[in-house]
Design a protein around this ligand. Structure first.
Ligand code: BTX
Length: 329
């Protein structure tokens, strides 16, 4: 497996030029016949390889089917995703991640599926995860933290998604509390954080990220038409998911390291800067009442801070919010 990865790396570095069988055989320390066999394997996985006898090999096209290789080649994280599982089809990447975590999978292990049959959101809601259309990914983390701090990891992940969208896709995403990523007024991604904890310590956290990438407007299911969007719909172009995954993992790794080193402060600021309807009026349904409130920020524990019409501050841990109805202003 690692020979194959090195082989792809060698060829990919020289995309315009042929690499001789001799050179490959020396660098990888395997026979020319073994190289030939690897090439056949790559072709089977959807790589297009141009081979000219006595000249060498060249990769002409990478597969559009994702594979562990295409995702990991070019991944420049130091620990996140260095151990990775990719499956064409799973019920839910969360379920496999839980299983792996319970079996001892290391911090930073990533599970990705091309399609989920039972993708899930919070509170047993469904997450539509069509084949080949999005990023359906779960990350196993083992942070040395008390369980109460797990929500901060969700907030930090949201910030990483926003940064990836800005740098790779050139779109401005917004974070809708607590954990949706919006573009304009529609949901493009969701985060589901699940945790196993022992008394005062997190055993592991699984951050599940679903990001709609290449669905066209017609491919969005009927019941989600009004509320969901994809990068393809927003930018009118298709995106190579591997590149986005690699960058997203890089962003998550860096935001996680910042969090562990410097605490939640700067991440909180970045979250607030990207927050949907920050400073706007919304309608809150909580404490058996419905009232107008202005969005002020979040607390360290992830709770939402709002201000009512009398300028009294309230902290919301869970509330139903009507984002489109602010009666005041
Ligand atoms: P959520 O509970 O905030 O959002 C679920 C709601 O979002 C659904 O009830 C539906 O209204 C809407 N919805 C469903 N599918 C989509 C979609 N593809 N795009 C936009 N809106 C949708 C959000 O939960 C957290 C979702 C996490 C999904 C990831 S995918 C990888 C991992 N595995 C898994 O099973 N879940 C996570």
């Amino acid at each position: 497996e690692s020979t194959r990865k090195k082989l792809i790396t060698l060829l990919a570095e020289q995309q315009e030029q042929y690499v001789s069988g001799q050179k490959l055989s020396e660098e990888l320390n395997i026979s020319r016949a073994a190289i030939w066999k690897h090439m056949k394997g790559l072709e089977k996985d959807g790589y297009k390889i141009d081979a000219i006898s006595r000249v060498g090999y060249r990769i002409v096209a990478f597969p559009d089917q994702m594979s562990l290789n295409t995702i990991q080649w070019g991944l420049n994280t130091s620990w996140l995703g260095q151990r990775m599982y990719y499956e064409p089809q799973l019920d839910s990447t969360q379920s496999l991640a839980h299983k792996l975590a319970l079996e001892g999978a290391e911090h930073g292990t990533v599970v990705i599926a091309d399609e989920q049959l039972k993708g899930r959101g919070r509170l047993h809601r469904k997450w539509d995860s069509q084949k080949g259309k999005g990023i359906w990914m779960s990350i196993i983390l083992r942070p040395p933290l008390e369980p109460q701090r797990a929500p901060q990891l969700t907030l930090a992940s949201a910030v990483a998604i926003i940064d990836m969208l800005a740098s790779q896709v050139n779109v401005k995403g917004q974070i809708k509390w607590p954990n949706d990523i919006f573009i304009q007024n529609k949901k493009v991604a969701g985060i589901l954080t699940e945790m196993q904890a022992e008394q005062d310590l997190i055993q592991y956290v699984i951050i599940g990220i679903g990001l709609n990438v290449n669905q066209t407007a017609e491919e969005i299911p009927e019941d989600l038409q009004e509320i969901a969007t994809s990068l393809q719909i927003e930018t009118e172009q298709t995106w190579v998911r591997e590149g986005l995954i690699q960058n997203l993992l890089k962003e998550i790794e860096s935001v996680y390291e910042e969090y562990v080193q410097n605490g939640f402060g700067s991440i909180k600021k970045r979250w607030e800067l990207a927050a949907y309807k920050m400073g706007d009026w919304i309608k809150v349904k909580a404490m058996r009442k419905e009232w107008d409130a202005k969005l002020i920020g979040i607390q360290n524990d992830g709770a939402l801070i709002v201000e009512d019409t009398d300028k009294a501050r309230k902290v919301l841990y869970s509330a139903e919010i009507d984002w489109n109805k602010g009666g005041v202003d």
